[in-house]
Design a binder for this molecule. Structure first.
Ligand SMILES: C[S@@+](CC[C@H](N)C(=O)[O-])C[C@H]1O[C@@H](n2cnc3c(N)ncnc32)[C@H](O)[C@@H]1O
Length: 378
């Protein structure tokens, strides 16, 4: 059912690794075909090329070199998330919409047995090869529509302790909405209601979440990554930081900060998952709002859900800031604040062309230019 039909997982893996090494040497796909003496058509060659490139890019998600193409990789769960989520399950686990199986394979390391269901036969085939390569045996793959009666019957007979679903969303949308997700999640929750533990992954940007339960926002190195809704848990919001797995939870509330005129001694960026979860982690802290998701205080706040900076200098004058940066022996500045992505490098280069030193500072741009240093918490 895939380009590797006649290969074992080990053989296919070896071939892809050769492909990867030739890409890294700068070879074009036609040249690789020639060198490896591959007797395949253009479609198969394009797929091999995409799979090899996906292996090169997989390190962004900390994934091992497995079987997936570039398009699959976009939807693969980050390895840290897959491992963290796997720790939340035990017994018989069902993975609905399992794709090439990243989450299902992580579940298998913690669960008694995993039943992984996916509608796309090519992905099922890659997922099976992934399990074979990793020597994971307590997993069964089913090809089919998770809303189909015969699939639901097979899940019932499996007696699941947990049903997990990571559905398909559009690659991009102006505003994320549950209605654009496949399969229909309302129907899915109804049909799988016989299982008391249902976990659903949703795009974390989604505004209206039509399910009760714990909404767990996951951030990796302070970048918002995933949202899991645990339908059986108490209705609240939580945030998990990866890789440390530190967690906070509570009821959402919108905090109104007093607005600061100028930055104070410290600046703090609030983790984007905390913002999404609307958790107030600064209840007992003396701090005021600076702008956007940045707060400022004269007190040092030790909290892993914040990124702390020490303010060195601020001014409304760009030339004063450049003089100060020169004095500090700055060579590069990481721009922070409300900056259009497209203009980021133009703005940064504009400052850096004046600098000849070897130190890196953070430069917050708003009403004031503010030079700061990142504080690494012990
Ligand atoms: C986001 S991906 C899953 C990724 C997977 N969790 C991983 O970590 O590798 C969603 C998958 O849902 C599948 N899908 C969409 N609708 C489906 C349905 N009705 N039944 C089964 N699978 C479906 C898509 O083919 C796609 O592979």
């Amino acid at each position: 059912m895939d380009v590797f039909d006649q290969y074992s997982a080990k053989e296919a893996h070896k071939l892809l690794e050769q492909f990867v090494s030739f890409i890294k040497k700068g070879y074009h796909k036609e040249k690789i075909k020639q060198v490896l003496d591959l007797r395949i058509g253009n479609t198969a060659l394009a797929e091999l090329y995409s799979m090899a490139r996906a292996r090169i890019n997989a390190k962004n998600k900390q994934l091992p070199h497995l079987f997936f193409n570039l398009d699959d990789l976009r939807f693969c769960t980050h390895q840290l998330v897959a491992e963290y989520r796997a720790k939340q399950v035990k017994g018989n686990v069902v993975d609905l919409c399992s794709g090439v199986g990243i989450q299902a394979l992580a579940f298998a390391k913690q669960a008694k047995h995993v039943l992984a269901i996916e509608v796309d036969p090519r992905k099922v085939s890659y997922a099976k090869k992934n399990a074979e390569l990793l020597n994971i045996k307590n997993i069964t793959f089913l090809e089919g529509n998770v809303l189909a009666a015969e699939i639901i019957q097979q899940v019932k007979e499996f007696h699941p302790d947990v049903v997990f679903c990571d559905p398909e969303r559009l690659p991009e949308e102006k505003e994320r909405a549950v209605e654009n997700i496949q399969p229909d999640l309302h129907a899915l929750v109804k049909k799988y209601g016989f299982c008391k533990n249902i976990m659903i992954e949703l795009p974390p940007q989604i505004k209206k979440i039509p399910f009760e339960g714990e909404k767990e926002y996951i951030s990796i190195s302070h970048e918002l990554n995933r949202l899991t809704v645990y339908l059986n848990r108490e209705n609240k919001n939580s945030v998990v930081l990866l890789p440390t797995e530190e967690k906070i939870s509570g009821l959402p509330e919108k905090k109104q900060f007093e607005k600061a005129e100028t930055p104070l001694q410290y600046l703090y960026e609030i983790d984007p998952a905390v913002i999404k979860a609307e958790l107030d982690l600064l209840k007992n802290e003396k701090c005021i709002f600076f702008y956007e998701h940045l707060i400022t205080s004269n007190e040092f706040i030790k909290n892993n859900f914040l990124t702390a900076y020490s303010v060195i200098f601020f001014s409304k004058s760009k030339s004063e800031i450049i003089e100060k940066l020169k004095e500090l022996n700055a060579g590069s500045v990481i721009i922070k604040g409300k900056v259009d992505e497209k203009e980021y490098w133009t703005i940064r280069n504009n400052f850096e062309k004046e600098l000849t030193g070897n130190k890196t500072f953070y430069l917050f741009l708003q009403e004031y230019y503010c030079v700061a240093e990142k504080l690494l918490l012990p």
